[in-house]
Structure formats: structure tokens, C-alpha cells
Design a protein around this ligand. Sequence first.
Ligand code: R5P
Length: 293
Amino acid sequence: MRVLSGPSSVKLAENISLELKTPLIKAQFKRFPDGEFYFRLLEDVKNEDILVVQSLPPPQDQHILELIYIVETCRELEARKITVYTPYLAYSRQDRRYLSGEAVSSRILAETLQRAGVSELYTVDIHNLGVLSYYRIPAYNLTAADEIMRYFLSKGVEKPLVVAPDDEEAALKRAEVAAKAVGTDYDWFEKKRDRYTGEIVTAEKTLNVSGRDAVIIDDIISTGGTAANAARILKKQGARRVYVGVTHALLAENALERLREAGIEEVVGTDSIPGPVSNITTAPIIARKLKPI
Ligand code: R5P
């Protein structure tokens, strides 16, 4: 399998090619002065198995279009199999028509990627596992929860309580994996978000956190409201230090400031969304999956 980097994930693709011990496919991409995208493969991909690495952080639509150009080009030039690794699969929160007339964005994206020629897809900590059922090709979800916990342990966090900030099935599973990875326990809060105003309400629930460190594990930080609510409750219940580990640190609006104000010691994310807190690489996670045993 050869690795081909998309513009959004250059460093990540380099890390994956090192992990897999296979050189990157040479390609050129640039923007014309008017903003249009240009992509050119500089190597023959005929009959090759290709791993295209392109996460879909903001600006999501731009990165989606780049991915489509890359995949279609590989398909037209007769690559044998096109595996896409997109650790942040954008639009996974709009998985159905919550309000009448809405676009079902995750299904539209699935259809578009499949039409372009994707043979199989890997993502990480997808917001809603149900989205993968929109893919007729093999589509897999991996998790970064264990890598995140190992990061915190290496930073001196001690026997923390792992906390899911809501009780969605995926959030509970993630917290369970995170806790198991470092031999500790986990618990969760219940949260509601108003679909019209976006306001988040977290129900208070007593957790076994007094005098202990706590790590809030989530898939996404967008505005930071969810994690800030959980952190305030944990602090109120006597948590020693509160940390936040997320796979996709979108950090919309003034999320980092909001989290600091809630008393959080450190926020860490992965390279699914390159940015100020993306200190964990997901390269070993996909490499472990793809490396021949
Ligand atoms: C929601 O269910 C997700 O798991 C995240 O908790 C949510 O997307 C975070 O959003 P925000 O940072 O805006 O509260």
C-alpha cells in the first residue's frame, strides 16, 4: 500500500508513511490566484493500492472537494484500491433530518465519496456510528481514546476518573476504552442541547471524583460549552485537577478561553484537526490497522 497525502493532512500522512515504512506518493497540489484547486499525481498509480490521507477540518467543504479530486484522479488513473483515512469525518452530526427540510449532510457526503471511487474508509471517533451505515463500501471507526489517556498519564495525571460529558452510546464506549487503557474507572453526565438556541444543559450528578484528577473524554470540542459545564460540576465536587482530551479539537468561537475559565488544566486534541492543542498523532492508530502482521 502506498500513502498519498491530501493538503489538509500533510504532516499526518508523513507520520503514517514512516509508521508503515512506505514512501509517500509524489503529487503536486496548489491554489490558483482565483482560489481554484489544482492537483497532479507525479507518479503512476495504475494497479496500486493507495491510502489517501485527508482529514476534513474547517474549511470542511474545501477539504471535501480536494478529497474528491484526489480520489477521482486515482480512480481514473486505474489505482486498484483507494482507501481513505479521514480521521475527522465532517458533517457526522447531521445524520438525519432533525427539523423538517434539513439536508441529511452525512448521507450526501457518503454518496459523494463513494461515487468518486473510494473503496474503503477509516475514520476516528466518529460522532455518530450510525453515519457509517450510509456507506455501502467497508467503513470503519477507530478510537484515539487510549492514546489520549496515555498522553495524560505521561504528563503526570494520577489515577483519574474518566468522564463522558454525555450519555450517548459512543461517548460511553469511548470513556470505557479510555479508562480500561490506563486501568481506572469511568462515569458520565447527562446533557441536553436546545436544537434552536444551541444552549447546553448538563444535569448535576454526584461522581466519585473528590480529591482525584478527572479527565473529560469527548469526540469533539466545538464551542467548549459541553466540556466547560462538566468541568464546573467536577470542580464543585472537589476534583483536584480537570483535564480535557478530545479527538477533534475544532475550537470554534472562543472555546479555549471558555475552557480556561471553567478551571481546566489542559486541553489536548489529535492531528485530525491541526491546531494549537493537537499534540497527539493518530498515525499509529491507522498504521496498526493497516500494517500486515
Ligand atoms: C456532542 O454530543 C459531542 O459529543 C460534543 O460533546 C459536542 O459536539 C461538543 O460541542 P461543544 O464544544 O460546542 O459543546
